[in-house]
Ligand binder design. Structure first.
Ligand SMILES: NC(=O)c1ccc[n+]([C@@H]2O[C@H](COP(=O)([O-])OP(=O)(O)OC[C@H]3O[C@@H](n4cnc5c(N)ncnc54)[C@H](O)[C@@H]3O)[C@@H](O)[C@H]2O)c1
Length: 330
C-alpha cells in the first residue's frame, strides 16, 4: 500500500462503520493512503477495542515490511466515534461494513446519511444485497452506491462499484477516480444477486464441492488443480481473454461433452455458439469475444509466456504455504 498525495479532491475524512474483518482492513487502507479515518463499531467499547486491533494489524504489516512506519502510525491513531452518526458527521465518504443483515444495514444507512453532510458519498460493502433494497434507507439516495471490497482489503486490488437505480452517474465517476487514486482497480457492475465476483466465485466453488462429493478428487487435489492449471492464469487474464486464446470452437466442443454428461447447467450460451458460427474463434482467427490484429496477437502471446515464466519463478522462490491438513471430513 502506497501513500497517495492526491485523492482527486476527495474530502479528507472517511467514516468506517463496522470495524470487523472488512471495516478494519479498509480503514487501514484509507489510513495508509493518508486519509483521515473515523471508526464506529456497535458500542464505544467495541470501537476502542477495534482501534487496538487495527494498530496491531498495521504494526504486523510494518514489521513484515509491507507498510511504512508512517502509515502504520497513521493506522494506529485513527479517530474513534461514540456511534455511527457521530463518525459520519463531517465525513466526505461513509463506508458501511456492518454484518450482512438488511434491517441492520437500513438502520445504519439511515442514521449515517441523516448525519453526514449532504454532499458526502454513502457506500455499502454488502457482498450480496441488491442495491435497490438498500437505497430506500438513504437520505439523498443519488449519492449512494455499493463499494464491494475483497478480503484482505489492503492487498486485494479489485473493488466492485455497484450503482443503484437512483445513483447519480457523476458520483460513480468520482468514486472510480478516488479508488484508482488509492491504488485500487475498480470495475462498475450491475446490481444482481452476488454482483459479478461472488456469482463467478460461487459457481467455481459449487463445482469444486461437487467434484469432491462425486469422489473425483480430494479437496487438496481440487485446490492444486485450480491453483496450478487454469487458476495460474488468473493474475493476468480474465475468462474472456483465456477463452479467446484457447479457441472458442474448442470451448464449444468441451461444453457439449459437459452438457451431455453433467446436464444443462453446461449448455453452450447463445452468444458463444453465434461467435463460433461466425468464425470468431478467438486469437487464432483474429477475433473472439475481443479483436486482435496479427501484431497484437503475437505481442499478447509472447507477453503471456513471459508473465507465466515470471510467475513460475516467483512461486519457486516462495516457500510452500502450509495450509490445512486432511481432517477426513470430505
Ligand atoms: N468477510 C468478507 O470476506 C467480506 C468480503 C466482502 C464484503 N463483505 C461484507 O462486508 C460486511 C461486513 O462483513 P465483515 O466480514 O467485516 O463482518 P464482521 O462480522 O467481521 O464485522 C462486522 C462489524 O460490524 C459491527 N457491528 C455490528 N452492529 C453494528 C452497529 N450497529 N454499528 C456499528 N457496527 C456494528 C460488528 O461488531 C463487527 O465488528 C458485510 O456486509 C459482508 O457481507 C465481507
Amino acid at each position: 500500500m502506497e501513500e497517495r498525495t492526491s485523492h482527486e479532491g476527495w474530502p479528507s475524512k472517511v467514516a468506517v462503520i463496522g470495524a470487523g474483518t472488512m471495516g478494519l482492513g479498509v480503514a487501514e487502507c484509507f489510513a495508509a493512503a493518508g486519509i483521515g479515518v473515523w471508526l464506529a463499531d456497535a458500542t464505544p467499547e467495541m470501537t476502542r477495542e477495534a482501534k487496538g486491533r487495527l494498530a496491531r494489524r498495521a504494526r504486523g504489516h510494518a514489521e513484515a515490511g509491507l507498510l511504512s512506519e508512517e502509515a502504520a502510525e497513521r493506522a494506529a491513531t485513527v479517530e474513534v466515534a461514540d456511534d455511527a452518526p457521530a463518525a459520519a458527521r463531517d465525513a466526505g465518504l461513509v463506508f458501511e461494513a456492518v454484518p450482512e443483515n438488511l434491517d441492520l444495514k437500513h438502520e445504519i444507512l439511515a442514521a449515517c446519511s441523516g448525519a453526514a453532510p449532504p454532499d458526502a458519498v454513502i457506500v455499502s460493502n454488502t457482498s450480496s444485497l441488491p442495491m435497490d433494497e438498500l437505497t430506500g434507507a438513504v437520505e439523498l439516495p443519488e449519492r449512494f452506491l455499493g463499494m464491494h471490497w475483497f478480503n484482505p482489503p489492503e492487498w486485494t486490488p479489485g473493488v466492485e462499484v455497484i450503482p443503484a437505480a437512483a445513483t447519480n452517474p457523476e458520483v460513480v465517476e468520482r468514486v472510480m477516480r478516488f479508488l484508482r487514486s488509492i491504488g485500487k482497480r475498480p470495475a462498475v457492475v450491475g446490481s444482481s444477486p452476488g454482483f459479478v465476483a461472488n456469482r463467478i466465485q460461487m459457481a467455481l466453488f459449487l463445482e469444486a464441492v461437487r467434484c469432491v462429493e462425486e469422489g473425483l478428487a480430494l479437496p487438496q487435489e481440487v485446490d492444486e488443480v485450480v491453483r496450478s492449471c487454469f487458476g495460474f492464469r488468473l493474475p493476468f487474464f480474465g475468462p474472456f481473454q483465456i477463452a479467446d486464446m484457447a479457441g472458442l470452437d474448442v470451448y464449444s466442443s468441451v461444453l457439449e461433452t459437459l452438457e451431455e454428461g453433467l446436464g444443462e447447467r453446461f449448455e453452450t450460451p447463445k452468444v458463444l455458439g453465434e461467435l463460433v458460427d461466425r468464425g470468431r474463434t478467438g486469437t487464432k482467427s483474429g477475433a473472439g469475444f475481443l479483436e486482435y490484429s496479427d501484431e497484437e496477437r503475437e505481442r499478447l502471446l509472447l507477453e503471456r509466456d513471459s508473465r507465466y515464466a515470471a510467475l513460475n519463478e516467483l512461486l519457486e522462490r516462495l516457500p510452500p504455504l502450509e495450509a490445512g491438513r486432511d481432517g477426513g471430513e470430505a
